[in-house]
Design a protein. Structure first.
Length: 395
């Protein structure tokens, strides 16, 4: 037996382990410290009422021999596909066919598993910094990876040039960790670049619900030409607090072809071979999220998180600290004050303010000197954290 030696090329994923270890050590030495966690990318508000009501009703059905469900449909039950189509049409203004939507357990799984349908010889372009899953999954497959630099000069929204040509291009907008969002005009340039070079764009829209400006695209399919070059990944995780429930969806337009094959057909073949569908109970809950009632409930939750990012932006504005994101994202990406390095600022915040955040260096080389704070916490606790930061950093 031989192992997949590509795994030996993976860097140890020490970011969250290191955060936990430093925090634990500090807590041991300072047992009375009231630590506020602003590092997590997980949601904290519970599921909306409409989703829970449907989950309970679906569970009841499962307990009755006349309404019990066995294996779900491989690509999603019709009622959920219809609900997702409705969401695209009503809230985003994009028409997709239900046959182009494939329901799964989440965007992490999909952005990773989609690589099955692409040749390992393909070159890959990944922004730096970004959600680490894109890089590690390509290393596992042994692909050559190129980076495109997101930095202060380009407002953490890099645009392609000749040297960025690649077969597979990742775009995450709103971005994790920087919170920045591409405009339609910028995405059009990416789409034209992909079309000209025969590339596919893997578009991660996991945070689309946080976009509050109707001029900004929530889907790459709002851009002309994208149906010929893009695959979109979406999730109920951040949209509706499903991080622990698990449900997401991928959209592959029928037009998207390479080597005479439709990528939609290939993905469906891959899914029906390796995946047995999302639980019926979960799909019922997910469909409830996109009813008018469910949608207004999840908007309330998003607004709750938005209050946190608004409060953060106010504080950092008043302190003169440069930051990105926040407006259309649950994340604030701030420049560490006094040119501190990411991990030094982590230690500073932990020791001086008893706040835990996420060092930007953990998301790629360009993250050094930056820091991610999350708006997914409790409003009162976030206010308390901001007061502590203000007290420490006010000149
Ligand atoms: N994509 C991005 C950019 C993320 O930040 C995350 C989670 O933090 C995911 C995907 C994972 O989403 P899911 O919970 O649907 O797997």
């Amino acid at each position: 037996m031989k192992i997949n030696k590509n795994y030996l090329n993976l860097k140890p994923s020490y970011l969250f382990k290191n955060i936990a270890e430093r925090t634990e050590k500090y807590k041991k030495e300072n047992p009375d410290a009231d630590i506020i966690r602003m590092g997590i990318g997980d949601v904290t508000l519970p599921l909306c009422k409409s989703a829970v009501k449907e989950m309970i009703a679906a569970s009841e059905e499962m307990s009755d021999i006349n309404s019990f469900h066995g294996y779900p449909e491989s690509f999603g039950e019709d009622f959920l596909l219809d609900a997702i189509k409705y969401h695209y049409s009503k809230h985003i203004g994009v028409e997709v066919d239900t046959s182009e939507i494939i329901v799964t357990c989440g965007a992490k799984e999909d952005t990773a598993n989609i690589l099955d349908i692409f040749d390992t010889d393909n070159t890959v372009l990944i922004p730096d910094p970004v959600y680490p899953v894109y890089l590690d999954t390509n290393i596992m497959a042994g692909r050559e990876v190129k980076f495109i630099s997101a930095n202060a000069e380009n407002g953490f929204l890099p645009m392609p040039t000749e040297k960025d040509k690649a077969d597979i291009i990742y775009i995450c907008s709103p971005n994790n960790p920087t919170g920045e969002v591409y405009s339609k005009e910028q995405l059009k340039i990416w789409v034209d670049f992909a079309l000209a070079n025969n590339s596919v764009i893997l578009y991660d829209a996991a945070y689309e619900m946080f976009i509050s400006d109707i001029e900004l695209p929530r889907s790459i399919f709002q851009v002309e030409g994208a149906r010929k070059c893009a695959i979109e990944f979406c999730s109920f995780s951040k949209t509706a607090g499903f991080t622990g429930v698990r449900c997401g969806y991928t959209v592959i337009p029928k037009e998207l072809e390479a080597d005479g094959m439709k990528l939609l057909d290939m993905w469906k073949r891959r899914q029906s071979t390796k995946f047995n569908g999302v639980s019926y109970v979960v799909q019922r809950a997910a469909a409830a999220v996109f009813t008018d009632e469910g949608y207004s409930e999840i908007c309330e939750n998003i607004n709750y998180y938005r209050t946190n990012t608004e409060n953060m932006m106010q504080t950092f504005d008043s302190l003169g600290i440069k930051y990105y994101g926040g407006k259309h994202s649950p994340y604030i990406w701030l420049k560490c004050p006094s040119d501190m390095k990411s991990w030094d600022f982590f230690d500073f915040l932990l020791k001086e303010c008893n706040i835990v955040g996420t060092p930007g260096a953990g998301f790629g080389e360009n993250g050094e000197g930056y820091f991610r704070l999350s708006g997914f916490g409790n409003i009162e606790r976030t206010k308390e954290a901001l007061k502590r930061i203000e007290d420490k950093l006010k000149k």
